[in-house]
Design a protein around this ligand. Structure first.
Ligand SMILES: Cc1cc2nc3c(=O)[nH]c(=O)nc-3n(C[C@H](O)[C@H](O)[C@H](O)COP(=O)(O)O)c2cc1C
Length: 202
């Protein structure tokens, strides 16, 4: 089957993209508004850009194609955010935070999550998440209707048992989930991780 973009509508293109860019990592982003209201939302159009400096990018849309989503607005106005890792035990709570709550609603309370103070940034961390990553706004680039949020990583908080002696987070212990197409997700388990060493040049 050949599908030419010019013959597809927006929803068909979206479905193809979210079911072929898979599995996607989820940035579960906690922020605070300039009025002091806490916010949380998941984003899977999310990627690493560079490790020196340590930069990541998240693509955030608008509510009803008009108003910037609360996360975008908060990062723009306050200047920082926290990325929290979603493990399997947290998926239901993550899903609640994807609901379009009014900007005056504290989403920690709605999802039954515990905010804890960050060390460097104003945005709170999610206590229940095994890894919190404090980030500051590096740049926001408006592309079409999206805000491409570029953040610089300032500090990691990692549950002690998760980091191995080589300095990697042990993903076999993390029960981390990824996003697929539609409402599907995947779970990384020890059984479905494999190692592929690069061949020697010879
Ligand atoms: C797993 C998952 C991934 C999502 N990824 C994105 C994304 O990459 N960009 C986006 O704009 N919305 C994404 N959404 C939808 C937002 O989470 C949703 O619009 C949320 O209400 C935004 O909240 P906010 O207005 O508090 O920022 C995703 C939702 C889920 C459940």
């Amino acid at each position: 089957m050949i599908l030419d973009i010019k013959n597809l509508d927006e929803s068909q293109i979206y479905k193809l993209m979210i079911s072929t860019i898979v599995p996607r990592p989820i940035a579960w982003v906690s922020t605070v508004s300039k009025e002091g209201i806490y916010n949380i939302a998941p984003f899977s159009f999310y990627m690493g850009i560079s490790s020196s400096p340590p930069l990541i990018a998240i693509s955030i849309g608008k509510k009803n194609d008009i108003t910037k989503k609360d996360t975008w607005k908060n990062i723009e106005e306050v200047g920082d955010f926290v990325i929290n890792i979603v493990d399997y035990d947290l998926v239901e709570k993550m899903n609640i935070t994807a609901l379009p709550f009014d900007e005056h609603i504290d989403e920690f309370k709605e999802a039954g999550l515990t905010p804890i103070k960050s060390d460097i940034v104003k945005s709170p961390r999610i206590a229940e998440s095994p890894i919190n990553i404090e980030c500051k706004k590096f740049a926001i680039i408006e592309i079409a209707d999206m805000g491409l949020i570029i953040g610089e990583i300032l500090r990691y908080h990692i549950r002690d048992d998760l980091i191995n002696e080589k300095g990697y987070v042990d993903t076999s212990k993390l029960k981390i989930v990824g996003r697929l197409g539609s409402a599907d997700y995947c779970l990384i388990t020890k059984e479905n991780i494999f190692t592929l060493k690069r061949p020697d040049k010879g």
